[in-house]
Design a binder for this molecule. Structure first.
Ligand code: ZN
Length: 404
């Protein structure tokens, strides 16, 4: 008999109510449940989680969405060591878990309908403004999700959004708070005629993997670049008095991407539980680094990720490249859960991911997740290319009717 994992856990939670004492010792041991592929779960400590990240393993930390307490039944012995072992054994049992529903297929536009308006907005893209804002954003000591400066950086970003949208009655700026840490995610929402949502995403946090809490982590490229790219697109749309979307359009800046997509999961899991309909989500994580590609003699391009993404949405994006982009896309793979689009996907929402030019799918920057991810090595023309596609995506899709 095939049971979904969630249902299985639910049944267990009813069968084996957990004693208060067990909960406390589990949390004291800092155990986390992570997914490293659509049907592979692991139980790890916080330290082991960090180590996996250092080894370049991507994962989703789903601890908050599986009742870990519930699987510790009365048959589990008292010592934490035994408990950990049993939990690991338990998670080996459901070989075929099915907790990632297929996204519905939407009828995205097959041609551009707003070329004149979108090209007009391109005129306003201001590279100096992007650079000034990124200079500030990467000057916070770290934007690590549990740090004080990471909280300050989200406040700075929030104030930017408030001041851009202060005269608009179409736009709402929302702090999306998370239970376990202070850095909040931010949602800037253009209220549409209907409630269906088109999402533009980037992550605001950064990490120094050698010393997450105290190490310097400018995160200029990862993902300061994506965050400021979508901020520029947001500003141009917010200042366009003629822009009134049909679908609701949301720009989202996620907290805690670097520790297993925690912030974006909170948002998309909440949306799912409230039956919100997200018709498309486009993540941009790193939009400013072109040096390795140029040195390898490869044309500057945008990497359009082709694995674990929505193919219909990718077809729409390819049409946008043909219509609006000065540079081409190259198809690349990045594996399971390589950025926040995976949180949308896990909830059955179609999502895609595009990022800066990379020489090949296996390329790994030695400056990533360290004090060396600095603004000096970034290419603001490239961010402009990303901003163009962001505007085109947001404009064309938020005005698209008859998506289903
Ligand atoms: Zn990133």
């Amino acid at each position: 008999m095939k049971l979904s994992l969630i249902f299985y856990l639910f049944v267990l939670s009813q069968a084996f109510p957990l004693a208060q004492e067990d909960t406390i010792s589990l949390y004291n041991n800092d155990l986390r449940i992570i997914k490293t592929s659509p049907n592979e779960f692991k139980i790890v400590s916080e330290d082991e989680k960090l180590k996996l990240k250092q080894e370049g393993v991507n994962f989703i930390d789903v601890t908050n969405y599986y009742p870990i307490d519930a699987v510790v039944g009365q048959e589990v012995l008292a010592s934490p060591r035994t408990r950990l072992k049993n939990l690991k054994d338990w998670f080996k049992r459901p070989k075929q878990v099915d907790d990632e529903p297929e996204a519905p297929i939407y009828n995205y536009p097959i041609k551009a309908n707003y070329e004149k308006e979108v090209h007009f907005l391109f005129e306003g893209i201001n590279k100096t403004r992007i650079e000034e804002k990124l200079t500030k954003f990467s000057s916070f000591w770290t934007r690590y999700y549990k740090s004080k400066s990471g909280f300050d950086s989200s406040n700075w970003l929030y104030k930017q959004l408030i001041s851009i949208s202060i005269h608009s009655d179409l736009i709402q700026i929302e702090k999306f708070h998370h239970k376990e840490w202070d850095q909040f995610s931010i949602i800037a929402r253009f209220k549409g005629e209907i409630d269906d949502i088109v999402v533009v995403g980037a992550h605001q946090d950064s990490i120094n993997l050698k010393d997450p809490l105290h190490g310097r982590s400018p995160g200029a490229d990862d993902d300061g670049s994506g965050s400021m790219t979508i901020l520029e697109a947001f500003q141009l749309l917010a200042e366009d008095k003629d822009f009134k979307p049909y679908n609701t359009l949301e720009f989202q800046w996620y907290s805690a991407e670097e520790v297993g997509l925690l912030g974006s999961q909170d948002i998309f899991n909440t949306y799912k539980s409230k039956d919100k309909k997200v018709v498309a989500m486009l993540q941009q994580d790193m939009t400013g680094y072109t040096k390795d590609t140029i040195e390898a003699g490869i044309e500057v391009h945008i990497a359009l990720i082709q694995d674990f993404v929505s193919q219909p949405l990718n077809s729409f994006l390819k049409m946008l490249f043909d219509t609006y982009s000065d540079i081409p896309y190259h198809l690349m793979s990045c594996g399971y859960a390589c950025s926040d689009h995976a949180s949308a996907r896990r909830n059955g929402y179609p999502s895609s991911f595009m990022m800066e030019a990379v020489p090949n799918s296996n390329a790994k920057a030695d400056w990533g997740h360290s004090e060396n991810d600095v603004i000096d090595q970034l290419d603001f023309n490239h961010m402009k290319d990303h901003a163009k596609l962001t505007i085109a995506y947001a404009y064309e899709l938020s005005l698209a009717r008859d998506l289903y």
